[in-house]
Design a protein around this ligand. Structure first.
Ligand code: DC
Length: 216
């Protein structure tokens, strides 16, 4: 079984995906990590964020183990890391280079310890449209920019990272504009839409479980 969850940053995709992966015994692929891994290497190697040739080269050379290794760095999920990821994700050459790696995961999904899983759950922006158009269940999760910015702001605070709410809100809106202006990032025609602005994570999880169980 393949499930996809797409939607804007901080809509609750990751929390929902991890909980569903646990409940249904599925491997989880957070596809934003591929762009974060390329963006982080650009930052670490002092490469300008508009250098698409270098970004594409790093994307072509990216492997799963390297991505996992990079993900342990604090910069990976920081504001700066998010900005870098969003910049490289806007480059067509980068997206093309990272497509196969993301699609191959659905053919032989594995858990973090390398053991085989009977299916996968993806989260990202284009997983139900470009990466896995034949997924069994597709969700598109959203929430207002203000609510999403507040969630991200609290995450930074919990991690002890300095952040300003207005800056996080401005960045959330700028990322929405970049992330959703390209083809493939609109909701799939057969996606089930959730607005989580006024829903608790428990409500979102219960609703998603009912839909998946009906499908099973
Ligand atoms: O989900 P995230 O915040 O970790 O994603 C980081 C960046 O990668 C974000 O700006 C959008 C981009 N992204 C994308 O373009 N396509 C995906 N499938 C996942 C993420």
């Amino acid at each position: 079984m393949i499930i996809t969850i797409d939607g804007p940053a901080a809509a609750g995709k990751g929390t929902l995906a991890a909980a569903l992966a646990d409940k249904f015994g599925l491997a989880y692929f957070d596809t934003g990590m591929v762009y974060r891994a390329v963006g982080l290497q650009m930052l670490m190697q002092n490469i300008a964020l508009d250098n698409d040739k270098q970004a594409q080269k790093l994307a072509e050379e990216l492997t799963f183990p390297l991505m996992m290794k990079l993900s342990s760095q604090a910069l990976f999920r920081s504001l700066e890391g998010s900005r870098a990821a969003s910049s490289v994700a806007a480059m067509q050459g980068v997206r093309k280079a990272l497509l196969k790696m993301q699609q191959d995961f659905s053919l032989s999904p594995v858990f973090a310890d390398g053991s085989k899983a009977k299916g996968a759950i993806y989260d990202g922006r284009d997983t139900g449209t470009v990466i896995c158009p034949h997924a069994d269940v597709k969700f598109f999760i959203t929430a207002s920019p203000e609510i999403r910015a507040m969630r991200r702001f609290k995450e930074y605070q919990d991690k002890g990272q300095a952040a300003d709410y207005n800056e996080v809100l401005a960045q959330t809106k700028a990322r929405d504009e970049r992330d959703f202006s390209r083809e493939g990032s609109k909701p799939a025609k057969d996606a089930i839409m959730f607005d989580t602005s006024d829903m608790s994570i428990e409500e979102v999880f219960a609703k998603a479980c009912r839909i998946i169980e009906e499908k099973l």
